[in-house]
Design a protein around this ligand. Structure first.
Ligand SMILES: Nc1ncnc2c1ncn2[C@@H]1O[C@H](COP(=O)(O)OP(=O)(O)O)[C@@H](O)[C@H]1O
Ligand SMILES: [Mg+2]
Length: 340
């Protein structure tokens, strides 16, 4: 079930910008990886940077981590300029890449301890921080095993733990769930949501609209180094045409009656299929979603499962640009868990 993104700032305080990017350009030879990118991440929020393979997401993260220098433009993170204050900036950020960066030959504990020492933590503090983070990411039992014995999900959790050692105010997550199975993906999402609840600002790159919807407050959509859309996730979704609610009744024989009942209540777009046993209702907003569930529940239909289908990256691109994603490699699909 889709969770609805929280408001960008529900603490009532004036919100500053944790990340401000203006006119960033980066070439690799003749390839223009970033072509004048502007974006902003407000303090305490999650910005999703959505784009296909080759859009420039990793290049952007590398510029914002001071790993590469932009050819033009400015970028300020936590008040520090990428070019003028790289050292201070690096102390402000944490980074988790698409590929696990843990050392396979070291144990989980050793990986975290080592990073703590690299960040100049005194021995005792590095030990304490490693232990605390292993506990926090449910890796205590595996702490002494080499990372090479870890499952994909454990590695990704160790990676997240590693990025949290220096207590970063701003965390970059570069495609944190690409290639993960649905269960592991959900574990990562839960961890990210916890970090955000604790006040970490996140810049998340992704190829999945579903992931952006799950985690981000605002979205910046990039294509071939250029921003092609930005705004609240909810606005962007509405532009694309919202989502589809799928309802599985406990008794498939109820399907026609459920559709009729919705029609009587002004929802004329519900369809159903006896083959799949699902009732499908296009949803334009959270009020409509609440109303549909209310009507069905109120009439006493037994519901075995509900799910929402979010538009794909392709559908988003089609709605924004009128064209499908340009010569992108195929996006590995997030295996969809069946309706419960
Ligand atoms: N080190 C590099 N050398 C040359 N070209 C690169 C390098 N890194 C990325 N590129 C190119 O820059 C563009 C953006 O790549 P990247 O930032 O990795 O995109 P994404 O992370 O969105 O998939 C692509 O065309 C890619 O081939
Ligand atoms: Mg990338």
């Amino acid at each position: 079930m889709t969770r609805i993104a929280t408001a960008p700032n529900d603490r009532g305080a004036a919100v500053g910008n944790a990340v401000e990017v203006r006119g960033i350009v980066k070439h690799y030879g003749t390839t223009k990886a970033l072509d004048g990118v502007d974006l902003t991440v407000k303090e305490g929020t999650v910005l999703g940077v959505l784009g296909p393979n080759g859009a420039g997401k990793t290049t952007l993260v590398r510029v914002l981590s001071t790993l590469i220098k932009p050819d033009a433009g400015t970028a300020v993170v936590g008040g520090y300029d990428v070019l003028r204050q790289p050292k201070q900036l690096r102390r402000t950020i944490g980074l988790t890449g698409q590929y696990a960066s843990v050392d396979e030959l070291l144990s989980g504990y050793e990986n975290l301890y080592l990073i703590g020492r690299l960040l100049d933590l005194p021995r005792r503090e590095a030990r304490a921080r490693a232990t605390e983070l292993l506990e926090r990411f449910s890796l205590t039992e595996a702490a002494k095993r080499t990372a090479k014995t870890y499952s994909g999900g454990m590695r990704r959790r160790l990676d997240l733990a590693a990025s949290m050692i220096g207590r970063p105010r701003v965390l970059y997550l570069d495609e944190p769930t690409t290639g993960l199975d649905p269960r592991t993906r959900n574990e990562v999402w839960d961890e990210v949501q916890r970090m955000v609840a604790e006040g970490t600002t996140v810049l998340l790159t992704t190829q999945y609209m579903e992931e952006a919807e799950q985690l981000a407050n605002e979205l910046t959509v990039i294509d071939r180094g250029k921003v092609i859309a930005n705004g609240l996730v909810s606005d962007l979704k509405a532009k694309v045409g919202g989502q589809t609610l799928q309802v599985r009744p406990a008794r498939p024989a109820d399907l026609p009656e459920m559709a009729r009942c919705l029609r009587e209540n002004g929802v004329s777009t519900a369809t159903y299929s006896a083959d799949t046993g699902l009732l499908a209702v296009p949803i334009t907003g959270e009020e409509q979603l609440t109303a549909v569930i209310g009507v069905l529940g109120g009439r006493g239909f037994a519901i075995a499962g509900i799910d929402t289908k979010v538009p794909s990256l392709d559908e988003v691109f089609l709605a924004i640009t009128g064209k499908p994603v340009a010569d992108a490699e195929p996006v590995p699909s997030l295996a969809k868990e069946p309706v419960a």
